[in-house]
Design a protein. Sequence first.
Length: 461
Amino acid sequence: MSSTSVRSALLAVALLLAMSATSLAPLLLVQETEAASGIDVRPTNFDITYTNSADQSKYRLLSSADPSSGGFSRPISLFVIDGMVNVTSRIQITVQNLGNTASGSFTLQLVVIHNEYSGFEIFNSTLNVNSIGGGGTTTTSTNWAPRYGGNHTMIATTLVANDDNKANDALSRPLAIGQLYDNADIQGSWNFATGWQIDSEVSLSNSAFHIGSGGTSSTHGQNWDRSLTSPVLDFSNAHPNPNTYGKLGFFYTGSGGSGDGIRIEWYQASSGNWVNTVNNGFSFDGVVDGDLTDGTNWLIQNEINMPGGTSQPGFNIPPSTLSSQSQFRFRFISDSSGNAQGYWLEDIVLIYDEKAWPEEFGVGMTHGADGHARRGHWAEHAISITNDGNITDFYQPSLSGLPNGWDYQFVHMSGSTILPSMTIEVEPGETFNFQAQIKPVPSAPVGGQSATATTLSTLHP
């Protein structure tokens, strides 16, 4: 009887407290507003530049940094890459204080994520930010030489404990890192068929690759089938199934007659054939600029960057052609009538998503105490998988070495079955615990029996 009374009293108090909290809610809101710090900092912009003038001059035409200081004008959004692999760039972040109180000095975390993998940080740095007055802005920056080419994501996050608005603390932006850049100034290892040459008279910088007789009065011949072929390139580190298409970007100008144009073709080592990217049509043709004596107009082609994606500068690269023996060529084809100037190609850049290096992966596996089993019954054995790598990985466990007829299965600690078709997702540094259940046959002999549990990474078999 006394116990029941206590429970009722406790319930009544709980209801009273709930009613009091409800009535005080407006007062609490007022107190929180009065306690606001007046600080609201947020990152607003990324700016990426090369750290030395030689790199800036070499890569500027097709990089995101504004090239106008070099005398070249293009729409600010018309670029293929932000930087080059193994080339140092400076990443500058603009930070704004929307509040009315000086922020004091604080830190900002800059992370770059590889887009082809979950949780794969290829760069992580903490930057110092000077105090920002109310309504003011400042910048912070760091230098970085990317070791992975391809498509990534930058995320900048301000770290201020008493920031009034945590919702705007993070800013993200795509980051494109190229693997090959050729200014078309020298022949180098390119193979020039007859009719292809280097022309310094029509160029964005020093010179351009050209099909035709050269100069502003250039013409091309009839019934030509002549290619400009790249050297053999080792792209064996390309991701086999990328989320984002590889891109071949360049500026071009000039003109071809009706029925004349250029096909971009890639050598497919597995078949020994050249693959045309537009089903045997021309990658580009027609007139870009029919009169080169009054200045020159240059174009760069746009194609979608992924299935269902948006158009981005550059021609898509078939993933199956990226190998240790990759090559591509510009194949100029003309018919028997109507000649024009030919075409000029300037600044050629290539970008594709790379697969992670083997050393980025690692897994550890341990087991608990040996179990004891009865004939025809399940025995449980605890197993732990630890992801020792840098990438969120997916594992498939297996068991071998059991006598014929013995059965086994893997189960979650909750008891649900891990089917053979399932994978176990484990983030870097994390451990996943589960069980191996083993059932001896009814006629199993008394004594010890060993088996081997293994786990396989599905990302890096």
